[in-house]
Design a protein around this ligand. Structure first.
Ligand code: CP
Length: 315
């Protein structure tokens, strides 16, 4: 039973688990944590970060978020150093860890792994990325970054470039932005085209989108948010195909000459070579601030998953 200071706990596995109102509440909470990053809201709570796949930003920002909220962290970033390497199943790993902690943050290479984890334990689970499927905490920080840079989430044009097939961040972001009035450009080669499932989702929800294999100045000139992505080498079964497509889309500073003043370049990171280093000095480059926003968005998600009520002055 939650106490007077707590709401029920909840897992956040897919961005589709969140209503528009819940998304807006999380954004408000993220803004609160940007102003008040340090507190004791997680006093006495222990959070596990279970990373079955590599990560820099997601794991470290979740762990920083817990530390800044006064909680404690256990977990692993190298599954080879755990009993997984002896054949322990995901179910048993989750049930074991759930004995020790109040919240599990998990990244896994299999699509659906986070949902499965949330079904085998009462402890809430936050999906930190499952295969090519979903990355809801990335989406919350992306939404927060869009809101901060554009001052709104409605009436914007978002251009997604690169690996739209395997890039879980674009899939989650597309679903979240379906709550708002957003137009999309999908720029990708045929091999990395936005999957049919998400094109159908757009059609069913009346979302306007245009597909192009050409990363043209005309597209950049009509864009508010330019969302670059890395070609996800780890998802290819045929590495020859990866070699064929890995360098097709690259942004350099000169290409931004035609961009409107309000355009901002986002990228979930890590980048490989899809954004030239010369873009970093442009006032339109926002990807490092975007990653910093992850701290505040994840503090908001942790408190929501744990059912922790934040100070009433933000409402
Ligand atoms: N954007 C993102 O998920 O980065 P990491 O893989 O470094 O966590």
């Amino acid at each position: 039973m939650p106490s007077a200071n707590e709401n029920p706990t909840r897992s956040i596995v897919s961005i589709a688990d969140l209503s528009k109102d819940e998304i807006l509440s999380l954004l408000k909470l993220a803004a609160y944590f940007e102003e008040h990053p340090n507190s004791r809201l997680l006093d006495g709570k222990v959070v596990a970060t279970l990373f079955f796949e590599p990560s820099t930003r997601t794991r470290l920002s979740f762990e920083t978020a817990v530390n800044r909220l006064g909680g404690r962290i256990i977990g692993f970033s190298d599954p080879a150093a755990t009993s997984t390497s002896k054949g322990e199943t995901l179910k048993d790993t989750i049930k074991m860890v759930a004995n020790y902690v109040d919240l599990i943050v998990m990244r896994h290479y299999l699509e659906g792994a986070a949902r499965y984890a949330s079904e085998v334990t009462e402890v809430p689970v936050i999906n930190a990325g499952d295969g090519a499927h979903q990355h809801p905490s990335q989406t919350m920080l992306d939404l927060y970054s869009i809101f901060k840079t554009q001052g709104r989430l409605d009436d914007i044009t978002v251009t997604m470039v690169g690996d739209l097939k395997y890039g879980r961040t674009v899939h989650s972001l597309l679903m979240a932005l379906s709550h708002f009035r957003v137009k999309f450009n999908f720029v990708a080669c045929d091999e990395l085209r936005m999957p049919e499932e998400f094109r159908t989702f757009c059609d069913r929800n009346g979302i306007e989108y245009r597909e192009s294999t050409d990363f043209s100045p005309e597209i950049i000139a009509s864009t508010d948010i330019l969302y670059m992505t890395r070609v996800q080498r780890e998802r290819f079964t045929d590495l020859m195909e990866y070699e064929r497509v890995k360098d097709l889309y690259n942004l350099d500073a000169r290409m931004l000459d035609v961009a409107p003043d309000n355009l901002r370049v986002l990228h979930p990171l890590p980048r490989v070579n899809e954004i030239d280093q010369d873009v970093d000095d442009s006032p339109k480059a926002y990807y490092f601030q975007q990653a910093k926003n992850g701290l505040f968005a994840r503090q908001a998600m942790i408190c929501t998953a744990l059912g922790i009520k934040v100070p009433a002055d933000i409402h």
